[in-house]
Design a protein. Sequence first.
Length: 385
Amino acid sequence: MTVITAEGTGEILDELRRYLDEDPPAISLPPRAYTSPELWELERERIFGRSWMLVAHAGQLAETGDYVALSIAGEAVVVTRGADGTLSAMSPICRHRLMPLVELGAGRTDSFTCPYHRWNYGLDGRLRGAPHMGGNKDFNVKNCRLPGFAVEEWNGLVYVNLDAAAEPIGAHLDLAAPDFVNYRLGDLVQVITVAEEWQANWKLALENGSENYHVIGLHRNTLEPFLPGGGDPHIKQYSPWVLHARTPFAAPIEPEALDLSELEKAHGMALLSFPTGGFLAMGDQVVWLSFIPLSIDRVQVVGGVLMPPELVASVDPEALARAQQTITAMVNNEDKVGLEAVQRGVTSRFAERGHLSPKEPGVIVFYQNLARALTREGDAWPGKL
Ligand code: FES
Ligand SMILES: [Fe+2]
């Protein structure tokens, strides 16, 4: 196992620790935090090697053989639905001579056959057959399988952790569950799936997703009229993993299918799960997104729009999907264009840290989680409740 030291990241880590002070500074990260290769290596080890990542909705993995393949900070991962209904997450790298078994994306298959020499693996990662290997006395098909990762489903959301021995995340998410009972998360169906790639450091995407202030700029013609960026957010942190944020609508909305409280009718209700995932419930719909890094300056944006089944059944499903696709693509593109520009900004030789608005408390909480995760060596983070 490679041991990564914090060498070269000392100054950034010192600055990060200051966010854990009783009175944290309301300033953005040092610009080098978005471009330092040393910090990126540390993030790969201390965050992405041991954190729960929101990767899919169960609706994408409904049938036997459905799979989703992605990269978690450069580490290939495939999540499958087996014939017995269980989810498996594993490393889709062939055990023969390390050919990736599957491209990034999604699909349905009954097994994975390596294109190189046709070794064949089951949906649970077990090797089922390997041609012309009978003469190698050290090799036994039965002892060969793809390395497994931890996988957990919570209210239809599928989380993966590269640390197979990680403490479960469900208990952490359950702390916020009472805030979302009326949204019936477990019943919702995914009407569209989001899969994009943005040219930006993952932390820029997460900062952006942790505040609604940018709606006055990037989304001024789309979201601003109903979820104004000047609204005062109310946040509640349940655990280092889980933050609940409530943002006021311009005017209360009347859901068609869900039975919401007056507070819920008047607010967008978000749950953010560090490091990269979250969802925003707005009346009858829940939009989930996860910003999973591919590399230091590229991020996979995966997500979906969820709605109550009775609402979906009452309309033309294709028209509904088209309408959702149009608005989601428009809003996501506004963020993409904005963040790709910020990515150019952070590389300026004249870039400096900036002051944050009181409308951005979620950004400071994100920095605090980042500080906790990056400055903790060795042991699992954040561990048991
Ligand atoms: S590398 Fe996969 S079968 Fe040879
Ligand atoms: Fe946005």
